[in-house]
Design a protein around this ligand. Structure first.
Ligand code: MOS
Length: 713
């Protein structure tokens, strides 16, 4: 390539890569196997750690019989509470939360739940480590446990969470319900659900010249680096975490037991140690979505305007960590009423700690709220879309703040047109095709659209290419590709002259891939750096051999954003076929129309939306982790026992979007990572009601539930 100077970035028409479909820049590497995931990166002198998890649910470790295991072939060490390095968990982490003590492995003899890490066996090979780990005998003093989650648990308490305060309330609920023309009062439940990304959690740690080097699979290297520094009382600058390719995260890939165990073993053995979770271990170590029980009460006047709204959600957490699944969150954004009350409550049980899982709060909360709206539409004889349109709020129902943009009605109008909603007979149980009863349903979706401070660096190289460095994480979303398009446009060059490097904590602070905030936050920093680089290049006389580098930091700009309700919105549509004799439910088609800001890369964005919607099918019909009350452990903790939607379950799923400009926002992007699952399960459940005339308020809608419900109908 010829050396070019400032002339290449000026004088032409804008390239505008943003908004055009672009296959993943690392796609070829991924499909040819050239892209290496965390557990595939070679190290010399690598040793392998295998975690040993508790087989009891509550109690104390009375002894670890490590001597026989240490004599086994290749075994280098057995770490446990009696000999492991000490860590400090008395700090508040990156997300403003104390770390889940599951990461503080081998610090004491207490076992707070089944599948708690009790030892790490390290050996020369993975096979030797596994064999020795399975041979390790651990003795426990068992104590009685309580893993039974149910509505009305006596120990429930409210706490704040990602959706704000634990409890919100205004107006006299009982009075408004009494004044309502139609009232709905129903309880809904969702089961324990697991995210289990295809690539299991894996980390390799080693010390290199006084610096802790960790190669990992995570949603934010700065997050993991900062927490490891706190845990091991290290200078943050002496911890370096890399995570180049990530095979899925969904909220599960933060700091976890595997990284901490790997660092401990690397410290003790003074050589690189890799710890990867097995699929089964992920069911207690990777976090999961709490089950919920939810009660929704709604009252409308004769014109279908809400007078009363109450949504309360109970979830569980472990005895060692507080995490709340804020199912009542969506009600704080979606609908207003003179009497409006929401509550998120939690109960502590002897179970593993739940965590963020795609659309935390919104996914189960929208199932209850959007099912309830559909039930209210049925009771009041108002079309479900019309009922929602009549209840579009002017301002945030709880915050009172204006919406930055709210194009929910546009989503419903466009979705209704394309789905053929106008031809729908609202009466249930009328359409039949052979053994199948057919029905259609709809539901609304929303998800918080935030931005967080990030830093980026953009370099004009002497060869005419550009390198952007930002500590982003591409967890399979296409973020690296999206940022390439954003950078190319900001630099006004074709995308093939831009290289985006991500997943390295040495690149400086940046938002994690979480909260649907990654691409928006990173794009802001990349745009700022790229624009300033263009200005610098315009003033410079050629590019020196080391290039020209400009750094950005969006802390001030993000902090200056006006306080508003900022959300993506969407309308979900589903058609189902139900065989009430066998209980089989087949989703026949789905359509999601979203208002989610500027869409950077339509190809990967469509995959994000439809991926979420397909997860909604899975949530509606398949996913359910069942905990044995006697043992306190899960039945079938693997992907054979834990059912997820597979190809044969997934019909034509279409996603599209409407224009959704945000005038205040320089990047105009909203998050799209999570909204696809929101409302999807409700749309399916509402379609099942339309097909059969029977409401399913308990997920998943299993064949046995369909059969039993039909028998009672
Ligand atoms: Mo997402 S559940 O914030 O990774």
């Amino acid at each position: 390539m010829t050396t070019t100077t400032t002339g290449t970035t000026t004088g032409g028409t804008a390239v505008r890569a943003v908004g055009t479909a672009h296959s993943r820049v690392e796609g070829r590497d991924k499909v040819t196997g050239a892209a290496r995931y965390a557990a595939e990166i070679p190290f010399t002198e690598l040793a392998y750690g295998w975690l040993v998890l508790s087989t009891v649910t509550r109690g104390r470790i009375s002894s670890v019989e490590d001597a026989p295991v240490l004599a086994m072939p290749g075994v280098l060490a057995v770490l446990h509470h009696g000999n492991a390095p000490r860590v400090d968990i008395d700090y508040v982490g990156m997300l403003g939360m104390r770390p889940d003590p599951t990461v503080a492995v081998f610090q004491h003899d207490r076992v707070p739940h089944a599948g708690w890490p009790v030892a790490l066996v390290v050996a020369e090979t993975s096979e030797q480590a596994r064999e020795a780990a399975e041979a390790l005998v651990v003795h426990y003093e068992e104590e009685p446990h309580d893993v039974a989650f149910s509505a009305g648990h006596a120990d429930a308490y409210s706490m704040p969470g990602p959706a704000g305060p634990g409890v919100t309330g205004k107006g006299d609920l009982e009075a408004q319900l009494a004044a309502s023309s139609f009232v709905l009062d129903a309880e809904y439940s969702t089961p324990e659900e697991h995210h289990n990304p295809m690539e299991p959690h894996a980390a390799t740690a080693h010390w290199d010249g006084g610096r802790l080097e960790v190669v990992d699979s995570n949603q934010g290297t700065i997050w993991v680096a900062a927490e490891l520094a706190s845990l091991f009382s290290l200078d943050p600058a002496s911890v370096h975490v890399r995570s180049e390719h990530v095979g899925g995260g969904f909220g599960s890939k933060g700091v976890r037991a595997h990284q901490v165990a790997a660092v401990m073993a690397a410290t003790v053995l003074s050589r690189p140690v890799r710890v990867a979770m097995t699929r089964r271990q992920m069911f207690s170590l990777a976090g999961y979505r709490s089950p919920t029980t939810q009660r929704v009460r709604l009252g409308v006047d004769a014109a279908g305007r809400l007078l009363a709204l109450e949504h309360s959600c109970l979830s569980l957490t472990s005895t060692v960590h507080e995490f709340i699944e804020s199912g009542a969150g969506p009600a704080r954004v979606m609908y207003d009423a003179p009497a409006h009350h929401t509550a998120n409550r939690v109960v502590r049980l002897d179970v593993p700690s739940p965590t963020f899982m795609r659309a935390p709060g919104e996914a189960p909360g929208s199932f209850a709220l959007e099912s309830a709206l559909d039930e209210l539409a049925e009771k009041s004889g108002i079309d479900p879309i019309e009922l929602r349109v009549r209840n579009e709020p002017e301002v945030g129902p709880v915050s009172g703040l204006p919406f930055s943009s709210r194009n929910l009605t546009a989503c419903f109008r466009e979705g209704a047109r394309r789905f053929g909603w106008a031809d729908r007979d609202p009466r249930p149980g009328l359409r039949r095709e052979g053994r199948w009863l057919l029905g259609t349903g709809t539901a609304a979706a929303s998800f918080f659209a935030g931005a967080a401070p990030s830093t980026a660096a953009a370099t004009a190289e002497a060869d005419g290419t550009f390198t952007v460095r930002i500590n982003a994480a591409d967890i399979g979303t296409g973020a690296r590709t999206a940022l390439t398009l954003v950078a190319a446009d900001a630099l006004q060059v074709p995308t093939d002259r831009v290289r985006v490097r991500i997943g390295d904590s040495d690149f400086g602070p940046a938002m994690i891939a979480g909260g649907s905030m990654g691409t928006r936050s990173w794009a802001w920093a990349v745009t700022a750096a790229a624009e300033e680089l263009r200005e610098r290049m315009a003033l410079s006389d050629g590019i020196p051999p080391e290039g020209i580098t400009v750094r950005s930091d969006t802390t001030a700009a993000v902090g200056a954003l006006a306080q508003k309700e900022r959300h993506s919105f969407g309308a979900q549509f589903a058609e189902v076929a139900v065989d009430v004799a066998t209980g089989e439910v087949r989703v026949r088609r789905m359509l999601g129309i979203f208002a989610a800001g500027k869409i950077v890369n339509p190809l990967t964005a469509r995959g994000q939306f439809t991926g979420g919607m397909i997860w909604g099918i899975s949530m509606a019909l398949h996913e359910e982790a069942v905990r044995d009350r006697n043992t306190g452990a899960l039945y079938g903790a693997d992907l054979a026992g834990y059912h997820v939607a597979s190809n044969a379950d997934v019909p034509l799923v279409e996603a599209d979007w409407v224009d959704d400009p945000d005038p205040d926002d320089p990047v105009g992007i909203k998050g799209i990572g999570e909204i696809g699952i929101v409302g999807a399960a409700a749309a399916i459940a509402n379609a099942v009601w339309h097909a059969t005339g029977v409401r399913h308020r308990q997920l998943p809608i299993r064949p046995d539930r369909v059969i039993r419900a039909d028998a009672h109908a």
